[in-house]
Design a protein around this ligand. Structure first.
Ligand code: GH3
Ligand code: MG
Ligand code: MG
Ligand code: MG
Length: 304
């Protein structure tokens, strides 16, 4: 999920195989919303999965090739799209059809021909709910200081990635990160400066991770954790050095650090190869142990 931008118009996706229907709905809604259109199910799924951030989908049912029910099923089964509310807009007006559609997880069901003002109001109400639920998600899953995912989000993601790695025999790399001598930083520069440094470190680390599935969270006070999938063992030191450099290059003065006169980090990296059978908690404690080793052997470095 992206950060919420309250100044942005919410985005609607209109899906219908008939151009006249798309034009009618677009006309009705284009002033208040950013409108995207799709003429078939395949295209609709493609747009929903892109990073345009669709807030609500108006979905026709009767379409050639893939009907709206099928589109709804696919979207509701995908982690990335399951929270996008769907309203069916359809000529299928039997009770059975409506029950079927709502059972698939659609939030509402409108039959054609529809009353324009009713469609407008229903869309408005559902959009309002969607935006509120986005805000709740942001508050519960993201860290308020750094705006990166929080510990709760990490726990969920780690569970998911761990299971995936086991099921598909993939590798999984966990990096534990801790700022060096941060207590003396706070003690000497003050908590406000400490917070500012934490924020900068979080952003620098996040910006270093380039692949779409790379994940970073604030694990605790001044500790971060990174999850990487399918990173060949020989690339681990490259990523580790990039993370170390990213923080060094911030050049945040720290005259009370015993390693350098600026803020640095230490890393503990545990790499689970595809064939290794290991418990989830063991992965974390191993990464933690390696972090401890990095600290003990001089800091401003990684151990793996
Ligand atoms: P080490 O190199 O061994 O990690 O030394 P350290 O001083 O960093 O030791 P430790 O990791 O135990 O220190 C944690 C310190 O981080 C304690 C506290 O002063 C600071 N800290 C933790 N959370 C926050 C926060 O949210 N804001 C600020 N400003 N400081 C924090
Ligand atoms: Mg149709
Ligand atoms: Mg610490
Ligand atoms: Mg520390």
């Amino acid at each position: 999920m992206d950060k919420i931008d309250i100044n942005k118009k919410p985005t609607l996706l209109l899906v219908d195989d008939m151009t006249t229907n798309l034009l009618l709905l677009n006309d009705l809604l284009k002033d208040e919303y950013e409108v995207k259109v799709a003429k078939n199910g395949k295209k609709a799924i493609e747009i929903a999965l892109s990073d345009m951030g669709v807030d609500l989908i108006l979905l026709d049912i009767m379409m050639p090739e893939m009907d709206g029910y099928e589109v709804c099923k696919i979207l509701k089964n995908n982690e990335q799209t399951k929270n996008i509310p769907i309203i069916f807009v359809t000529a299928k007006d039997s009770q059975e059809d409506e029950e079927y559609g709502l059972n698939l997880g659609a939030i509402d069901y409108i039959t054609k021909p529809f009353k324009k003002t009713i469609v407008k109001l229903r869309v408005r109400n559902h959009i309002e709910l969607k935006l509120k639920s986005d805000i709740l998600e942001e508050l519960s899953m993201y860290d308020g200081l750094t705006h990166i995912p929080n510990r709760r989000y990490f726990d969920e993601m780690f569970e998911r990635r761990y299971k995936e790695a086991l099921r598909q025999s993939e590798d999984l790399t966990v990096i534990m990160i801790d700022i060096d001598f941060f207590k003396p930083y706070n003690d000497n520069y003050g908590h406000g400066k400490g917070d500012e440094a934490l924020r900068k470190v979080a952003i620098a680390l996040k910006d270093t991770l380039k692949r779409p599935n790379d994940f970073i969270a604030r694990y605790g006070g001044e500790e971060f954790v990174v999850l990487l999938n399918n990173l060949p063992q020989e690339n681990i030191s490259i990523v580790a050095n990039e993370l170390l450099d990213a923080v060094r290059n911030l050049n945040i003065e720290h005259l009370y650090s015993k390693v350098q006169n600026k803020i640095t980090i230490s890393l503990g990296i545990f790499h689970k190869s595809e064939d290794l059978n290991i418990e989830k908690d063991e992965i974390l404690s191993s990464a933690d142990g390696l972090l401890y080793e990095a600290k003990e052997s001089g800091r401003n470095k990684f151990c793996s």
